[in-house]
Design a protein around this ligand. Structure first.
Ligand code: AHG
Ligand code: MN
Ligand code: MN
Length: 338
């Protein structure tokens, strides 16, 4: 078989990037490799989910008060495991764990990064064969190297991320990550077990035809949001609509589609939950970083997501994210917080 040298694996790609920075230590490349390894393990279990007794609730409730599916726990253990045993990560925050975890061993205390992640996003979709994902954001720690990492390392604004990414377990499995230099997508080639570069330098189209929102909550949104959604369904000068509504209930799948094709994703606050459902540190911030690098925009309706100063691990935020022109239309129609 001829080896197609035009195809780069994730490891080859990150090493190529590294060569352009003579002073870089390679810790970020290793971190990405660790995350990809955990993703491959999760991918195997996701594919087996219909066959073995791993589906369904494990009987516990996560810190958000939501039922935890078994795969959530499995995925969480995989990501914690690779990061704890790798050499690049000093500590983590996870949707599935009450508090930050400081690894506090000799190697980890000398590591540069902390990572926030949602090990399995869209887990309500597991047992109905709909795409699910993993989301992560990487920060350089601000505390002294050589010592255990601290709360300040974990509560940094999203603009401090050095990398962010997601894995989508879908019709094919993809690993997409961004650094300030660009967003690149890798598709898992199951025959060799490697993520290979398939979507280099992803740019979010400045406009598109998709809008993604939970319409069931329509009457719980504020007037500004309702007005914008109404506009999405009409042909107006402001929106250029009507747009096509697409919402699957896995943020990873919905935002991935809109990133590739152009579109807007919204999870606004509701009368019952004024700050919405999504979590700032491991859902909104990573996607806000990725979309901004790709040319898109992300706000909470008032301010840029990446500027929000976090106060706690599991805090929620309303989220409006997508193609630049569609986000400008949203802002011009009315303030979505009124
Ligand atoms: P998770 O499975 O990690 O709890 O996240 C699910 C999230 C997100 O992926 C999705 O966009 C949103 O929940 C859907 O919520 P609604 O069912 O309220 O629309
Ligand atoms: Mn999630
Ligand atoms: Mn989750």
């Amino acid at each position: 078989m001829n080896v197609n040298r035009a195809v780069l694996t994730l490891d080859e790609f990150t090493l190529q990037q590294l060569r352009q920075f003579p002073t870089a230590t390679g810790e970020l490349s290793r971190l990405l490799r660790d995350l990809a390894l955990a993703a491959k393990r999760v991918n195997v279990e996701v594919n087996k989910a219909g066959l073995v007794d791993i589906l369904g609730d494990d009987g516990s409730v996560n810190v958000q008060g939501e039922e935890v599916k078994k795969l959530d726990v499995f995925a969480n253990n995989q990501f914690v495991g690779v990061l704890k045993h790798g050499i690049s990560c000093a500590g983590i925050g996870s949707e599935e764990l009450d508090d930050f975890v400081v690894f506090d061993d000799e190697i980890s205390n000398n590591s540069k990064y902390v990572v926030h992640f949602d090990p399995l996003d869209g887990s309500g979709n597991i047992d109905v064969n709909v795409s699910i994902g993993t989301i992560f954001g990487v920060y350089r720690r601000v505390s002294e190297i050589g010592k255990p990492c601290t709360k300040e390392d974990f509560l940094q604004p999203g603009k401090n991320q050095v990398a962010a990414g997601y894995v989508i377990y879908g019709s094919s499995t993809m690993f997409v990550y961004a650094t300030r230099r660009g967003v690149n997508g890798f598709t898992l080639d199951p025959s060799i077990g490697e993520f290979t570069l398939s979507f280099p330098n992803i740019i979010c189209p400045p406009t598109g035809k998709f809008y993604s929102v939970n319409h069931g909550n329509f009457f719980q949104y504020n007037e500004g949001v309702r007005k914008y959604i109404d506009g999405c369904q009409r042909k107006t000068e402001a929106t250029g609509g009507p747009y096509t509504q697409r919402y699957i209930g896995s943020m990873v799948a919905d935002v991935h589609r809109n990133l590739m094709k152009g579109g807007i994703f919204m999870y606004p606050g509701t009368t019952d939950k004024p700050t919405g459902k999504l979590r700032l540190l491991y859902e909104a911030n990573p996607f806000a970083f990725i979309l901004e690098v790709a040319g898109g925009v992300a706000t909470d309706g008032t301010q840029r997501i990446l500027d929000i100063e976090p106060t706690s691990l599991h805090q929620r935020t309303p989220l409006f994210i997508g193609s630049k022109m569609m986000m400008e239309e949203l802002e011009s129609i009315t303030s979505v917080n009124k």
